[in-house]
Design a protein around this ligand. Structure first.
Ligand code: FO1
Length: 314
């Protein structure tokens, strides 16, 4: 089965790692949010791309989900000693990725080419693409009138500002990747990984052409909300601040126009009827991924659910 998965950071990366254990490299394409990318210490940082790649390569830090495992922080502490900036923690190993990526970008290489080269070095066979080679910047507009870059909001201000809306600056002018568009056209199934709908999946859907291509395909989304809370990050807080009660059903409604299927947790079983009334087929299961076994089990269940959906529509 040919699958295209859309993913943001830590939650998305875990499911993608499960899918990559089951699907061979020629059957899985991963499209990663780059709206969180920014420049820090004159380096181009692509947090979600790195999180997905490190996770697939088995290099991810198991405590944080981002950055590398067995990391050292010598440079970070030396930078702090010199007066910083030090609000964004770059470990020594991780720093190498940003240095080489920035160097290659300045030589005129596209982010997708650099990502492919790095994946080869890390032994990743599956195809991982940034959502575009053009810059797209997620801007968080706050209730107090500020317009914050995503990492300024997320890390520096610890998601404290109350959000009002999101903007994906540069999206309307950005070019979709041909390989991604072709991947979607050849896909049997598109999966939205359990990533933040507002700031991980929506930026990908804002790239011209992707939403229209995805609308032609069966789509399954996996809820990042369990029991009213986000597994990680500010998704639940964002829904609340935007006037929604954060539930699995609210996530299904977020993507309602595109969804064929929705996967959510047994704890939220009472929302089943509401979601099915929207003609979205549901899979209710344990979606919390605590270890590698959980990732593989959930990926298997989702792929089986996908087969069932495909069978029904034939
Ligand atoms: N998240 C933090 O909360 N604090 C950090 O200092 C931090 C550093 C960092 C370095 C490299 C990287 O790839 C990711 C990093 N993240 C950090 C995570 C990241 O900024 C967010 O998780 C994503 O942007 C949201 O998906």
């Amino acid at each position: 089965m040919n699958v295209v998965a859309l993913a943001g950071g830590v939650g998305g990366a875990k499911l993608v790692a499960g899918l990559a254990k089951i699907l061979p490299p020629d059957q899985l394409i991963v499209v990663v949010n780059t709206g969180d990318d920014f420049e820090y210490l004159n380096l181009r940082i692509s947090p979600d791309l790195d999180t997905v790649c490190y996770t697939l390569a088995g290099l991810a830090n198991p405590e944080t989900g981002w950055g590398q495992r067995d990391e050292t922080w010598v440079t970070y502490h030396s930078i702090a000693q010199l007066g910083g900036p030090d609000w964004f923690r770059l470990g020594d190993k991780d720093l190498a990725t940003h240095l080489i990526r920035t160097r290659k970008l300045s030589q005129g290489k596209a982010l997708s080419t650099i990502t492919r080269e790095h994946c080869q070095r890390w032994g990743i066979g599956h195809r991982i693409y940034p959502m575009s080679d053009d810059p797209i910047e997620t801007i968080v507009h706050t209730q107090s009138g500020d317009a914050l870059g995503f990492q300024e909001y997320f890390v520096h201000q610890a998601c404290q500002p109350v959000v009002k809306s999101f903007e994906f600056k540069g999206a309307e002018k950005a070019k979709p990747l041909t390989a991604v568009l072709e991947g979607i056209q050849n896909a049997d199934l598109v999966i939205f990984a359990p990533s933040n709908p507002w700031v991980s999946i929506d930026p990908i859907l804002a790239v011209p052409g992707y939403r229209q291509a995805i609308a032609e395909k069966p789509v399954i989304a996996v809820s990042p909300i369990i029991g009213g809370k986000a597994v990680k990050g500010p998704a639940a807080k964002m829904y609340q601040e935007l006037g929604f009660v954060p539930t699995a059903a609210v996530v299904a409604n977020h993507f309602r126009q595109l969804l064929t299927g929705f996967v959510f947790d047994t704890i939220d079983r009472s929302e089943l009827e509401k979601i099915e009334r929207w003609r979205i087929i549901s899979l209710v299961t344990n979606i919390l991924m605590k270890d590698e076994q959980d990732r593989i089990r959930l990926a298997e269940e989702i792929l089986r659910f996908g087969e069932m959906i495909l069978h029904r529509s034939r």
